[in-house]
Write a protein that binds this ligand. Structure first.
Ligand code: PGA
Length: 252
């Protein structure tokens, strides 16, 4: 059966010392256990080491990065690579987040290269897809998400694909407070799972975790997580407060 996962995407927020404290609070509140199979904290690069130290005693809390470069090493000033993160003890990397697509011009082809690089180095991938508001209004959601999933993921071998978690994040719901309805999320998740069935078969599709992201809060998480094809969430704003993040984790 597929894993239930709640991941916190801190984006470019908190300082290293505040991030260490946040991780410490989350780990302490979760130390007596939780129902999700995995909780993943994704702080900025500068916090990874310290956050890793705070969570290492809990074998159900994992460390995630928010980006990687497509090369291992070289003259790419300011970039961070998969082998560096792996060596630091990072387990997951978020790839294809809409903010990377929108503000940094990351396209399907580049994202495919990043996914392959992460998997090559033994990092698991949280791959984000989702339509913009304009695409949603024009009824293009399925078309867009299908293109994003196929172009970046479906060249992978089945054993590589096993290390991919998909996050469906409608761009119009990210940071807006306008959460997708549970019914709409379920419809899109079922659509994505069906794409996986067509490419990798029923068994793989049943084992693929598909997370919802976009304005998840403690008061809407339960309805989203109770949908049959919603296997957890990727939480932005509400992951920056230990109480609200832990409350969301407890809705699974
Ligand atoms: P949000 O962000 O929860 O603040 O909407 C989600 C995300 O971008 O992953």
């Amino acid at each position: 059966m597929r894993k239930k996962i709640v991941a916190g995407n801190w984006k470019m927020n908190t300082t290293p010392s505040a991030g260490k404290q946040l991780a410490e609070e989350i780990a302490s509140q979760l130390k007596d256990g939780f129902n999700a199979d995995e909780v993943i904290l994704c702080p900025p690069f500068t916090h990874l080491y310290q956050v890793g130290e705070e969570i290492k005693q809990n074998d159900k809390i994992f460390l995630g990065a928010q980006n990687i470069h497509t090369e291992d090493f070289g003259a790419y000033t300011g970039e961070v690579s998969a082998p560096m993160l792996k060596d630091l003890g990072v387990d997951y990397v978020i790839i294809g987040h809409s903010e990377r697509r929108q503000y940094f011009g990351e396209d399907d082809l580049l994202l495919r290269a990043k996914v392959e690089k992460a998997l090559e180095h033994g990092l698991k991938v949280i791959f984000c897809v989702g339509e913009t508001e304009d695409e949603y209004n024009r009824n293009h959601s399925e078309h867009v998400v299908k293109r994003q999933v196929i172009s970046a993921l479906f060249t992978l071998e089945p054993e590589q694909f096993a290390d991919v978690v998909i996050a469906y994040e409608p761009v119009w719901a990210i940071g807006t407070g306008r959460t997708a309805t549970p019914e709409y999320a379920q419809k899109m998740h079922a659509f994505i799972r069906q794409l996986v069935v067509q490419r990798y078969g029923e068994e793989t599709a049943q084992n693929t975790s598909i997370l919802y992201g976009g304005s998840i809060k403690p008061n809407n998480a339960k309805d989203l997580f109770s949908q049959p094809d919603v296997d957890g969430g990727l939480v932005g704003g509400a992951s920056l407060n230990a109480n609200s993040f832990v409350e969301i984790v407890r809705q699974i």
